[in-house]
Design a protein around this ligand. Structure first.
Ligand code: BGC
Length: 451
């Protein structure tokens, strides 16, 4: 035992994550096809400062330097996403060898550095041609094409990559993209349509799991990344714990539960208004959607506080008061939610392994005169959340790994470059990288295998 340190199980996977459109840049380089995010960023006023991922962190050209930094941080794993349109510029049809080689080199470089590559196949950057030709995720054809792309990636990289995330955060390119016009491809369409995109994304996931299983090595681990809603009991009384379990169930009916149980809950789709909008599906669809996976991965940033209530639900929200500690995204800091997400998973789905695929905070990051970034706030956010992760393991939760979001500052979608999440600072003028205090802290955690 090391004094003051809560140790994690041997082999715990410590990593950091990024996503293609947020870090790669080089959008017109290497034969990459256009994506819906390129198009969305061209719409004036959609992105803060009219920024785009055109240059981002130039990771496409600087990946060797970035691997060196990962090595300095002692990362055990790097979670990155493949840009579908670098492999298939049109989303289907002919393969772009330059794009294939880019990821081949990245994977080999990581392995050489002793860092396990972990691939996300889809982190929102749909090839524009699939949007134009089929209406994107509105069409089942795209779910099938996603599985073809997954099969190709599995065949090409599956000899070296043992960890696969099919899709990252379904709501961010379905509801948020087709209903609220906040994300690409954008639009304010009927709820029936955004519900259909969710269904097709779930279907795409299931088909991709099956495709990967056909071609990847037997010891490969395949799962999905969900941005579940992670409630937590405001005070850990028996009543509140039960109430937040009910809230976990109610709040995650649309994606997480269908994935795990193969059922849409009647309660969600039986409400008069909603019934009309429920996606049409077959029993076979539901079997595909719930194809067994090896783990669940969650992106967790914040969660709602819950207490028991005598109403039709049995629970109510305890609102975050004004002045409550928040991140630079204005998200409340609520570390207990990560503990309860892990424990609720065990409660509902048994011992399926869990990974935190993203956790971290946007901070204001001031550069000191000597260039240091003393981001105590991000460091403390990480400590608090990791302590809760450690406690969940002590209490029987099956948490196997943690990926910090993010390895480096990057293009934060509609917020452009105004929000920084990195353990490593990126100077967007010079592209220089500097490890922040939080990065040094994370390295120590990895070395100690504990927090
Ligand atoms: C996404 C990331 C994003 C982060 C912070 C997650 O929703 O997967 O791409 O940068 O949260 O907003």
């Amino acid at each position: 035992m090391k004094p003051g340190i809560m140790e994690f199980p041997k082999g715990f996977l410590w990593g950091a994550a990024t996503a293609s459109y947020q870090v790669e840049g080089a959008v017109n380089q290497g034969g990459r096809g256009k994506t819906v995010w390129d198009t969305f960023c061209d719409r004036k006023g959609k992105i803060n400062n009219n920024d785009s991922g055109e240059r981002a962190c130039d990771h496409y050209n600087r990946w060797k330097e970035d691997i060196k930094i990962m090595k300095e941080l002692k990362l055990k794993s790097y979670r990155f996403s493949i840009a579908w349109s670098r492999i298939f510029p049109d989303g289907e049809g002919s393969v772009n060898q330059e794009g294939v080689d880019f990821y081949n080199n990245l994977i080999d470089g990581l392995i050489e550095a002793g860092i396990k590559p972990a691939i996300t196949l889809f982190h929102w950057d749909l090839p524009q041609s699939l949007q134009d030709k089929y209406g994107g995720w509105k069409s089942r054809r795209v779910s099938e094409l996603f599985a073809d792309y997954a099969r190709f990636c599995g065949k090409t990289y599956g000899d070296r990559v043992k960890m696969w995330f099919t899709i990252n955060e379904i709501s961010c390119f379905t509801t948020m993209a087709h209903d609220t016009d906040y994300h690409a491809p954008g639009g304010k369409e009927e709820i029936t349509i955004s519900n259909r995109t969710i269904h097709n994304a779930l279907l795409g996931h299931g088909l991709a799991v099956r495709a990967l299983r056909e071609v990847c090595a037997k010891d490969s681990k395949i799962g999905i990344v969900e941005n579940l809603v992670p409630p937590w009991p405001v005070i850990d009384t028996e009543e509140n714990i039960k109430a937040q379990q009910q809230a976990f169930y109610d709040m995650n009916q649309v994606k997480l539960f269908p994935l795990m149980t193969g059922k849409y809950d009647e309660k969600v789709y039986s409400h008069q208004r909603v019934r009309k909008t429920a996606p049409e599906y077959t029993q076979e669809d539901m079997e595909i959607i719930s194809t067994p996976i090896d783990f669940l991965a969650y992106n967790i940033y914040q969660g709602p506080a819950i207490r028991a209530a005598e109403n039709e639900f049995g629970w109510e929200l305890v609102n975050t008061p004004k002045g409550h500690p928040k991140t630079n995204m204005d998200w409340a800091i609520t570390p207990k939610c990560i503990y309860w997400a892990i424990m609720n998973t065990k409660h509902f789905f048994g011992d399926i392994p869990v990974y935190i695929a993203e956790n971290g905070m946007a901070a204001q990051d001031k550069e000191e005169e000597n260039g240091e970034i003393l981001d105590l706030d991000r460091m403390e956010y990480m400590r608090a959340h990791l302590e809760m992760c450690g406690k969940s393991i002590q209490d029987g939760g099956n948490l196997k790994g943690y990926f910090a979001w993010s390895l480096m500052d990057n293009f934060e979608w509609t917020k452009g470059y105004s929000k920084r999440f990195g353990l490593v600072r990126v100077n967007y003028r010079t592209m220089e990288r500097t490890i922040k205090l939080s990065g040094e802290y994370y390295r120590k955690i990895i070395q100690d295998n504990g927090v």
